[in-house]
Design a protein around this ligand. Structure first.
Ligand SMILES: NC(=O)c1ccc[n+]([C@@H]2O[C@H](COP(=O)([O-])OP(=O)(O)OC[C@H]3O[C@@H](n4cnc5c(N)ncnc54)[C@H](OP(=O)(O)O)[C@@H]3O)[C@@H](O)[C@H]2O)c1
Length: 223
């Protein structure tokens, strides 16, 4: 029977590309983001194996509802990809915008934790796989970057939750890309990574034999 993955931030960029790649690899895909129209268009493209789950990941209840709908539709959950996230407009700390910090912490940190919290009880039943989108910005220090600091959280949490999941044979993979040409940026980034490059790495991690826990996939553009 086909396996099922829950993907947040699935309306564009890395999440949408991962939905396509996972569906091609035979997975059922549950797609969460706020843009209902984009999710429905993607589901129309992918067919019966995709389910649109419009909602805001900063709401624990909306993520709970999404995963409930997904497991009701497909029966079980074998993977979850906590990928929704965004950058920050006001750069640095001294001139940063505290209201924007709150929004980004709610999205990049709490939204990701909620994905883990709502998925883990299901993943425990299938010895499943949790994947988290970190960043090259979560591996090095960037002057004053609050966005980068939210990704340092993701990197720290990834190790901790991986240890927690090992107790029941679950696996956790941190995906840490450098610059990817997606709507994350207002301007195109030609020559950088493409969303499908990250999607391919996610599917590679998912398809490892049961004995292999790929702890981090770090991908940088060549140029
Ligand atoms: N692009 C890069 O260079 C790069 C590098 C390293 C890491 N990353 C990380 O990769 C992840 C995906 O980013 P991307 O590059 O693919 O950018 P993107 O195309 O802007 O994708 C962001 C996704 O998150 C969703 N989202 C934003 N706020 C949300 C909310 N409150 N609730 C639900 N969904 C929400 C967006 O959909 P809606 O607007 O429809 O809700 C969209 O599907 C992020 O965590 C980002 O930090 C990106």
């Amino acid at each position: 029977m086909a396996k099922t993955i829950f993907i947040t931030g699935a309306s564009t960029g890395i999440g949408a590309a991962t939905a396509r790649a996972a569906a091609r690899a035979g997975w059922n895909v549950g797609l969460m983001a706020r843009s209902r129209d984009k999710l429905e268009a993607l589901c129309a493209e992918l067919g019966e194996q995709a389910l649109a789950l419009p909602g805001d990941v900063t709401s624990f209840e909306e993520q709970q509802r999404a995963v409930r709908q997904l497991t009701e539709r497909f029966g079980s959950l074998e993977a979850a990809f906590a990928n929704a996230g965004a950058g920050i407009k006001a750069p640095g700390t001294e001139k940063g915008d505290p209201a924007e910090w709150r929004r980004i912490v709610e999205l990049n940190i709490l939204g990701l934790l909620y994905t883990a919290r709502v998925s883990l009880p299901h993943l425990r039943k299938t010895a499943g796989h949790l994947l988290l989108t970190g960043s090259a910005a979560g591996r090095r220090h960037i002057p004053g970057s609050i966005y980068g600091a939210t990704k340092w959280f993701v990197h720290g949490f990834a190790g901790n939750v991986a240890e927690e999941m090992r107790e029941w044979g679950g696996r956790c993979t941190l995906v840490s890309p450098g610059m990817v040409d997606t709507p994350f940026f207002d301007e195109p980034k030609p020559g950088k990574l493409r969303a499908e490059d990250i999607a391919n790495a996610v599917v590679f991690a998912l398809e490892q034999p049961e004995r292999v826990m790929l702890r981090e996939v770090h991908i940088m553009p060549t140029h």
